[in-house]
Design a binder for this molecule. Sequence first.
Ligand code: GNR
Ligand code: NI
Length: 182
Amino acid sequence: MATRDLVILPDPRLRQTSDTVTAFDGKLRALVDDMFETMYAAPGIGLAAIQIGVPLRVVTMDLAKKDDPPAPQVFINPQVVWSSEEKGAYEEGCLSIPDYYEEVERPAAVKVKYLDIDGKEREIEADGLLATCLQHEIDHTNGVLFIDYLSKLKRDMVVRKFKKAAKQAGAAPHVPNPTHEL
Ligand code: GNR
Ligand code: NI
């Protein structure tokens, strides 16, 4: 088991559509293990595989409150099959967009079909934080980020900030005007 590096905005992999999982084997279990380790270490309450660079439709989640026992959940190939007309608003964050939080409005309740780690078909009806988190993670499997629901002005501001940060992180150390020294 190992933690993996998180993929951060503006990495183009975050815009990839992930592939459907077809093999329910040890490799999938190892991926899920690494996703939980990475998610708990971050810490985050949900993670999509693309956030560690693996373009597969795999989602991990744990919504247990601090001091409650862990409640790990895995969703393979999740898809929303029903969503409520009623909307709910949550302040969302994303491990791929660190330290940025904004309120997002989404359907308040959803029904999600998915497969469990053994490939067995499951269905869950969710509201509250679980509904929000499921939609946020399913969006990741489709290359969609929560900033896509904000105004263009807000989204452009965030993307610019992260582009600048990535550029500075990758740039060579800057020595101002070395030839103009006395
Ligand atoms: O840790 C996370 N918290 C969170 C809070 C509100 C709505 C969604 C989330 S998911 C996020 C982890 C993450 O980026 N998952 O993709
Ligand atoms: Ni996210």
